[in-house]
Design a protein around this ligand. Structure first.
Ligand SMILES: *Cc1c(COP(=O)(O)O)cnc(C)c1O
Length: 404
């Protein structure tokens, strides 16, 4: 895996801000964005950061400063993006199963909208006709992604309008003369095989001729990053070449070339993130040598929810003898982070760091067990800035209405 913030620096931030603590390294985000930029430098490609991976306002501002656009999955994310300073034309709202009222709100805010149901498309057409461009979120019926929970393009997926319903789509589009500006697919997360994107392009180009005002092809996100040694990252250079070749197979004579959009989430922010916990208790049983840290799936749910692997290191004893441990949390629910994991000898009070914790880490955290959500720190050019305070007791009561 690539270069990390040093153990010493992470320990220093942990003692300064307390644990559990999320730390993000801005340079890593920049490096990932520059990889995308470099690979696609010869083509008309735009990247929309899928901000549901991590929405801290400072992360949004940093990514805006790099030049990326932003992809939102709720109207509140749209409002956060506006608050972060993205102009509406750099904000994409890829909706899914939402009330039409949110689409109206997004339209009033002037952002780009992808619609994912015939029902909302119909309402959109009836309301706005040809006056406001809109994209179609399609389901290409392709199986892709790390596991079923993160696969969104297959035949049993709720996402998008199935492409085989093209006749019904066209009937609605033509009835209201809707101005379709982009066709969108997002087939899943952790896509290793770039051929999946090529297949998606082929599916889209089958129907491109129906849409005369098309300007963009949106291929979604889902680029994989390495979580453990030996894991691959989606080969972005290869992807760029394959996408270029696929578009070259489908010239659009007489029409403006289509711009390509991607919506990377995890790729931009996974590796920038470190989740630092502290060991509360060591417990030997016949089955395992448990290490209980001061966290749980209330702070990092990916191991329990997706069986995700996160590399863990004992940064307080990096040269101690190696032993096997089962790393668990402190909540009243099974919350195993890792089973039979080799770590440098662990002692109570040590800091254990979870790597690749930037994407879907803090963002999926909760107050389960009435524990506080962690603080967040952003490291910019080697200097740490607190970007979210740890919850405090009053946060647990905030919004509760005490009627008894
Ligand atoms: C979640 C999501 C993404 C980002 O997925 P990653 O695996 O984080 O890259 C992109 N587009 C849409 C529509 C999404 O819902």
């Amino acid at each position: 895996m690539s270069q990390h913030l040093s153990n010493g620096y992470l320990s220093q931030l942990a003692s300064e801000y307390g644990t559990p603590l999320y730390v993000y390294d801005a340079d890593t985000i920049k490096r990932q964005y520059e990889k995308l930029q470099a690979a696609f430098r010869n083509s008309d490609t735009v990247f929309f950061y899928a901000c549901k991976a991590l929405t801290n306002i400072n992360i949004l501002r940093y990514i805006r400063s790099l030049g990326a656009n932003v992809d939102c999955s709720s109207i509140n994310e749209v409002k956060l993006a506006l608050h972060a300073g993205f102009p509406p034309e750099r904000i994409l709202y890829t909706s899914n199963g939402i009330a039409f009222g949110e689409i109206e709100e997004a339209k009033d805010l002037g952002v780009i909208i992808n619609i994912d149901s015939l029902s909302n498309l119909e309402k959109f057409g009836a309301r706005y006709g040809h006056s406001y461009p809109v994209g179609l979120r399609l389901r290409p019926n392709i199986m892709a992604g790390g596991n079923l929970k993160i696969s969104t393009g297959h035949e049993k997926s709720k996402f998008g309008i199935p492409v085989d319903q093209i006749d019904r789509i066209l009937a609605v589009v033509n009835r209201y003369n809707i101005r379709i500006s982009d066709l969108h697919i997002h087939t899943g997360s952790e896509i290793k095989d770039v051929e999946v994107f090529v297949k998606g392009i082929e599916v889209l180009f089958d129907i491109v001729p129906h849409f005369k005002e098309l300007e963009f092809i949106d291929l979604g996100g889902g680029f994989k990053v390495p979580y453990k040694d030996g894991d691959v990252e989606t080969d972005i250079d290869l992807l760029a070449r394959k996408v270029h070749e696929a578009f070259a197979r489908h010239p659009n004579p007489g029409r403006k070339p289509l711009q390509v959009w991607f919506e990377p989430g995890k790729f931009l922010v996974s590796e920038c993130g470190y989740f630092i916990t502290e060991v509360n208790v060591m417990k030997e049983t016949s089955a395992a040598h448990f290490v209980s840290v001061n966290s749980g799936f209330n702070h990092l749910i990916r191991p329990m929810f997706y069986d995700a692997y996160h590399h863990i290191a004992n940064i307080s004893n990096p040269t101690g003898p190696e032993k096997k441990y089962s790393v668990v949390g402190n909540i009243c629910e099974t919350d195993t982070f890792a089973w039979d994991r080799t770590l440098h000898e662990v002692r109570e009070g040590d800091y254990l760091v979870f790597y690749n914790a930037g994407a879907y880490g803090f963002e999926m955290s909760s107050n389960f067990n009435s524990r506080y959500k962690p603080a967040e720190v952003l490291v910019i050019e080697g200097k740490g800035h607190l970007i979210r305070k740890r919850d405090e007791f009053s946060d647990l009561l905030r919004n509760q209405v005490e009627v008894l």
